[in-house]
Design a protein around this ligand. Structure first.
Ligand SMILES: [Zn+2]
Length: 269
């Protein structure tokens, strides 16, 4: 009995030292951040950014089981404007970069579980490959094509946002180039897709907290700018409170991590 109590205390101590289960529950707009769905290829040094189909399906099933309603960017905007009710338990599912595996692997799972997602495209890499990566650390991968983008948008389960023209680090390039990356990608995507681009994600999260960079993002006309800062932003959200936070879903996450992310805004310490 004493041994059992000691073992219980030890387990609680380990759980407390590693995970955030003891934090208060957070309300707001949980926004999941994914990149690549599928099996991590040999030679990748970014294994944590690959989530297997099996894990992704489990995470979408969790959302369904717990009564979450996933939103497209346009639906979020309409809810903000009072043109549609905000669901009781909203969630935004986002994918950075625009990999072909988002269509081939993630989309069927979204459809199977009744979820909707939003993909941030790098304009000049559509139909090409992840040119901003060093192939020594991440192999070349196929990106979505314009035909994919068009068909996915018409399918109604996916919408798109901007992730710049070429995926630079916006905190490290001159402001006139930052301006071009932000304005040009919005304009070109809107021409191609025939709808307003309300969402923008900073590549690497860089520049989200650099006032001159963020000012340009808002000036370009994006309604929602997404950082990689871990957490759940409150809803209603005000632009003045800073860019929206997201929940990085990692390839080595346990189901418990996902639960803590959704309810506490972070998983591990
Ligand atoms: Zn990116």
């Amino acid at each position: 009995m004493i041994a059992a109590a000691a073992a219980g205390a030890a387990a609680a101590a380990i759980l407390s030292a590693r995970w955030n289960w003891w934090r208060p529950r957070v309300q707001g707009l949980p926004t999941l951040m994914y990149h690549k769905i599928g099996d991590c290829p040999p030679g990748s040094r970014l294994a944590k950014l690959w989530v297997t189909a099996r894990d992704f399906r489990g995470q979408m099933q969790y959302l369904k089981r717990h009564g979450y309603t996933s939103l497209l960017f346009s639906e979020l905007r309409e809810a903000e404007l009072g043109r549609r009710p905000m669901p009781a338990k909203p969630v935004l599912i986002t994918f950075d970069d625009g990999y072909a595996n988002n269509r081939e692997i993630a989309l069927p799972i979204l459809q199977e579980t009744g979820m909707k997602g939003n993909i941030f495209l790098v304009f000049e890499t559509v139909g090409a490959h992840n040119a901003w990566h060093d192939p020594a650390g991440e192999p070349w991968l196929r990106m979505l094509t314009w035909q994919d983008v068009d068909e996915m948008q018409r399918g109604g389960s996916i919408e798109f946002g901007s992730h710049t023209m070429r995926h630079p680090n916006l905190a490290k390039i001159p402001l006139d180039q930052v301006r071009w990356e932000l304005f040009e990608s919005k304009k070109r995507l809107e021409e191609k897709l025939g709808r307003e681009m309300v969402g923008f994600a900073y590549p690497y999260g860089a520049g989200a907290f650099v006032p001159e960079v963020r000012r340009l993002a808002l000036e370009a006309g994006y309604r929602y700018d997404f950082s990689v800062k871990q957490g759940i932003s409150p809803w209603p959200w005000g632009r003045d409170s800073g860019p929206l936070k997201r929940l990085l879903i990692r390839g080595d996450d346990y189901k418990f991590d996902f639960h803590l992310n959704m309810t506490r805004g972070r998983a591990r310490l």
